[in-house]
Design a protein around this ligand. Structure first.
Ligand code: CP
Length: 339
């Protein structure tokens, strides 16, 4: 795929070589993300960061990534703060915003909405999450993290054994990650969810057609034996008809240190797209795992900046210019640790 000028709407756009190229460019962004150097390659460029659903990581890290490349960020965080609240269409909004910016990142609750927006935009659009459908940049940063974590163990992504547990029905990060993993070889998937929150059949059937081993169950503990990665997800309460319906599933799957010690191999890496639900009735990923060195959740969030910088550089065609005129930073950066 030629990324230049393209919208990034779905992981279905990628082949394996595209994903590996994103990761190599993300690696090259480390001096800027880790604040040893600055670059101003996107000086003068404007990102419209349009988030119509709550977000901490995706919104701020896309904005930070653009700033780290030297660009400016304009953003909106609620539908009621825009003219959507007055009935303006996605298409009209896209036409207007693309007159103000060089690239748009958008999150919206409706599946397919970001693609509809991109269809009327004159500048590239990156999907920051569209309902329960997809979250392509999250999947890229997750797989980038898998690659780094496995590299520490002298392994690659091919032959990975991964348990994806929790709300697999509505978790868009899981949907996109499964599709990306499907591009690699011999992946063994253990998909474990409470009854009613199983992964969509189109995803499991696709993985099987690609030759991967897919086991589905309703048992957290049994699914996490003999895997390299446990990827935990939150009950996506915002996708349910009512809070009461979501409450039926909260707390059914809980990974904590005791469960990990009893059921996981010693080096099993723990991931979660975050946010985790730390309320007492949920705690799908307990805080008592925070001291576990295999907990990779904050390495994931740090990696998100690298991957999102890579996407901006590729789409806006400045990959070869990023390192020109790089300068060392002059301020205190002592508390930053890459790992
Ligand atoms: N993982 C993720 O999408 O987090 P936010 O909702 O905070 O952006």
């Amino acid at each position: 795929m030629d990324f230049v000028g393209q919208s990034i709407l779905s992981v279905d756009q990628f082949e394996r070589a595209d994903v590996e190229r994103v990761f190599d460019i993300a690696d090259a962004m480390a001096p800027y993300a880790h604040r040893t150097h600055i670059t101003r390659v996107l000086r003068g460029a404007i990102l419209s960061n349009m988030f119509f659903e709550p977000s901490t990581r995706t919104r701020i890290s896309f904005g930070s990534a653009f700033n780290l490349l030297g660009g400016e960020v304009r953003e909106t965080t609620e539908i009621r703060e825009t003219s959507f609240a007055k009935g303006e269409s996605l298409q009209d909004t896209a036409r207007v915003l693309s007159g103000y910016s060089d690239i748009v990142v958008m999150r919206h609750p409706q599946p397919g909405s970001v693609s509809a927006f991109a269809g009327a935009s004159r500048v590239p659009v990156i999907n920051g999450g569209d309902g329960a459908n997809e979250h392509p940049s999250q999947a890229l940063l997750d797989l980038y993290t898998v690659r780094k974590e496995m590299a520490v163990l002298g392994r690659g992504i091919d032959g990975l054994r991964i348990a994806l547990v929790g709300d697999l029905k509505y978790g868009r990060a899981v949907h996109s990650l499964c599709k990306l993993l499907g591009l690699f070889s011999r992946v063994a998937f253990n998909l474990a969810s409470p009854p009613g929150l199983e992964a969509p059949p189109e995803i499991t059937e696709r993985l099987q057609t690609q030759g991967h081993v897919v086991q589905q169950s309703h048992h957290l503990e049994r699914s996490i034996h003999h895997v390299d990665i446990v990827y935990v997800t939150r009950t996506q309460e915002e996708r349910f008809a009512s809070p009461a319906e979501a409450n039926r599933y909260r707390g059914l799957f809980r990974l904590n240190q005791a469960v990990y010690t009893e059921h996981c191999e010693p080096n099993t890496v723990i991931m979660h797209p975050l946010p985790r639900d730390s309320r007492s009735e949920a705690r799908e990923l307990d805080d008592d795992l925070n001291a576990n060195p295999n907990l990779a959740i904050f390495r994931q969030t740090d990696n998100g900046v690298l991957v999102r910088m890579a996407l901006f550089a590729m789409v806006l065609d400045v990959v070869d210019q990023v390192h020109q005129h790089a300068m060392p930073v002059t301020w205190y950066t002592g508390k930053r640790t890459p790992r």
